[in-house]
Design a protein around this ligand. Structure first.
Ligand SMILES: Nc1ncnc2c1ncn2[C@@H]1O[C@H](COP(=O)(O)OP(=O)(O)O)[C@@H](O)[C@H]1O
Ligand SMILES: [Mg+2]
Length: 241
């Protein structure tokens, strides 16, 4: 296990009208490869903002982010885009699938941008769909899939890129308990099986026992940092600040 992402004194505020809201104030965090880290906390505490800053989507006002040895926010626009394409996978609450494409086509699409030929892209996409147990549904479009299946297609699409960093923002919030459990188990397997660094942020307390490590966040601060001995059992307090 190695540190894959290090954020140092990250700050972010938003201006809406004349009111400036400080969302993150000097937050530091380190994420380790081959484990699933969950950031858990109430809506509005800054989870999505933090995830966006760590993943190169939203520039912090201050502080630095180092991911896979790159100072993310010192890359130029093209460099950042390349970094994200090559190393990052994303899953969001709303699946973000194209209505007209089959599951297989959704998963193949980004592989084309990575420069893979059609046959290689197809093989990788089929493997990824197989990994989320959707090989038999690969020719269906989103309207023909359940919520849980749509989220598994979105995971396969991210996974097929073979990213080292995997980000999930509220991946289970639109799902029933059973589908949500399947999704979090798959994310856990991605961390353990592929050695990826998986960061999941969610306000869903059901996920807490399924992560390797749980950071509790409130009002833009990390309140505690716990490691689960064996995910599924109860967490052990490691440190708190
Ligand atoms: N683009 C934005 N413009 C203005 N305010 C924002 C923006 N993004 C987030 N916020 C505010 O920042 C706070 C934290 O939001 P967010 O990171 O989405 O929290 P969470 O994901 O924990 O629910 C909220 O008060 C939200 O309204
Ligand atoms: Mg959010």
């Amino acid at each position: 296990m190695t540190t894959a992402i290090r954020a140092d004194h990250v700050a972010k505020s938003f201006l809406s009208g004349k009111v400036r809201t400080q969302v993150l104030e000097g937050l530091s965090i380190e994420l380790t490869s081959a484990e699933l880290t969950l950031i858990s906390g109430p809506s509005g505490c800054g989870k999505s903002t933090l995830l966006a800053i760590l993943s190169g989507l939203e520039r912090p006002d201050a502080g630095s982010v180092e991911a896979l040895g790159e100072r993310v926010w010192e890359l130029d626009r093209a460099g950042l885009q390349r970094f994200r394409l090559q190393h990052l996978g994303f899953v969001f609450q709303g699946f973000n699938l194209f209505p007209a494409l089959t599951a297989l086509e959704q998963v193949m699409l980004p592989l084309g941008y990575l420069g893979l030929g059609h046959a290689a892209a197809r093989r990788r996409a089929e493997d990824a769909l197989d990994e989320v147990d959707l090989a038999h549904r690969r020719h269906l479009r989103p309207a023909e899939l359940s919520g849980g299946e749509k989220q598994r297609v979105a995971i396969a699409r991210a996974l097929a890129k073979q990213p080292q960093l995997f980000f999930a923002d509220e991946p289970t919030s639109a799902l029933d308990a059973k589908s949500g459990q399947t999704v979090i188990d798959i994310l856990h397997r991605i961390a353990r099986g592929h050695g990826a660094t998986v960061l999941c942020v969610s306000h869903d307390p059901r996920l807490v026992t399924h992560a390797d490590r749980v950071l509790r966040m409130e009002d833009g601060r990390i309140l505690s940092d716990q490691r689960n001995a064996a995910p599924g059992s109860s967490p052990v307090e490691e440190s708190s600040s």
